[in-house]
Write a protein that binds this ligand. Sequence first.
Ligand code: 0WD
Length: 256
Amino acid sequence: NFSLEGRTYVVMGVANKRSIAWGIARSLHEAGARLIFTYASERFEKPVKDLVATLEGQDALFYECDVTNDEAIQKTFGDIQNDVGVIHGLAHCIAFADKEDLKGEFVDTSRDGFLLSQNISAYSLIAVSRAAQPLMTEGGGIVTLTYLGGERVVQNYNVMGVAKASLDASVRYLANDLGKHNIRVNAISAGPIRTLAAKGVGDFNSVLKQIEEKAPLRRTVSQEEVGDTAYYLLSDLSRGVTGEILHVDSGFNILG
Ligand code: 0WD
């Protein structure tokens, strides 16, 4: 029985209905999970609540959590602990880089731009994993979202590629630390999907077109497909899997 009935998952990073986090939320909801949503600032409170209201029978909870702020992270997970006690997993769907650093040459990356992208896109996974661990007393799963640009050079992805490389390595070290608590840590390497965050990447349309022309499946992937893979990684279906980077990209990564 791989239902998520009776389980609670934190979903971080729903900005709007196109967000990958929203695809994950819907898959977990359909599997019967109770959901907790966090958003970066008050600005997202109403849009996220309005979206979640469309999930039938979902008794969700909401918290503001800016992942650049350690106190905010502590407070959020402290509040979650008071309100629900145990959680069974977490989906970290958060990244940010300055638009200026997502075009032109990587060699021009500024120190501030580099540190900002590392802070929000990679360090945040470490910080939220540490805060979530005490609430995951029954074991569980942590999933983050990465991209091929962390493994090889993808035009314009630049500073975010290096942040994703750092995120991928963090997944392995976290998996090693948290395994003894029966907590598994994995990443989904998603193919390009049109979202708010993707808008910041220079010439994103040609990235999508390349997938349609060359990927083994000759099509791009959807938020739902990433969502169902997150369901797999957060459920007992994947109970032997940790420290893994699973590509949901129509097979594009296998091409030379
Ligand atoms: O093609 C794509 N779209 C791909 C995205 C391909 C492969 C991976 N990804 C990754 C992204 O790099 C990111 O890690 O998926 C993750 C989710 O990105 P998305 O769904 O493409 O983009 P978007 O809908 O813009 O969500 C990004 C979230 C937003 O959610 P909230 O509700 O929190 O606003 O990241 C959030 C951003 O605001 N975010 C932050 N959240 C908390 N604290 C922060 C912050 N400081 N900064 C950005």
